[in-house]
Design a protein around this ligand. Structure first.
Ligand code: FAD
Length: 149
């Protein structure tokens, strides 16, 4: 995103990619996300019940992983995710890879046809699918204006 300038992101007239990223991180933090910015991931491995994410500083266990490393696809390949004939990570419409509960988004799953809004949408599709799995039925992320409640 740091190389991009957004004139074509729905709802944003014009914004520098780095500024967009900073604003997005603030929005994520406002929901209480435990964000480990700048901690490079060295490996993602399956441990039977879920995944172990190994970084240069620590290890984290997680029932799901959403990979979003852009054109760098080595973490997905090392995990064993299947690739397409074009060499990108193969995902279904929910962005789930061939490894159950491992998702991949954005430039990892598309050859050259990249846009910020598409990468963001991929992440949303993955998140809703995870919430659906956790709930055991379709999760409807429907918020309404205050005056409609
Ligand atoms: C020059 C240029 C101009 C562009 N202009 C536009 C534009 O005007 N409008 C538009 O919509 N799109 C534009 N794009 C495309 C847009 O930037 C991409 O669609 C978008 O950034 C893809 O998002 P992503 O999340 O898949 O990957 P990225 O944005 O590339 O993010 C991947 C992130 O993963 C991190 N990462 C990688 N490996 C690891 C690891 N092992 N551990 C931890 N972190 C890791 C990277 O540091 C990076 O922060 C442009 C792209 C380029 C190159």
């Amino acid at each position: 995103m740091h190389k991009a300038h957004l004139f074509n992101y729905l709802g944003i007239e014009s914004e520098d990619g780095t500024a967009f990223t900073e604003q997005s991180r603030e929005q994520v933090d406002s929901f209480g996300a435990d964000r480990h910015q700048g901690e490079g991931v060295e490996e993602v491995s399956a441990n039977g019940e879920g995944f172990v994410v190994s970084t240069e500083e620590s290890e984290y266990e997680a029932p799901y992983v959403v990979l979003a490393t852009g054109a760098k696809r080595d973490l997905a390949e090392d995990l064993g995710c299947e690739s397409t004939e074009e060499g990108v990570v193969n995902v279904d419409v929910e962005m789930e890879t061939s490894i159950e509960n491992a998702y991949a988004t954005g430039a990892m799953v598309r050859a050259e046809e990249w846009q910020a809004v598409i990468a963001t949408d991929d992440g949303a599709a993955a998140a809703l699918n995870i919430l659906t799995k956790e709930k055991g039925e379709h999760f409807h992320d429907f918020d309404v204006p205050d005056d409609a409640q």
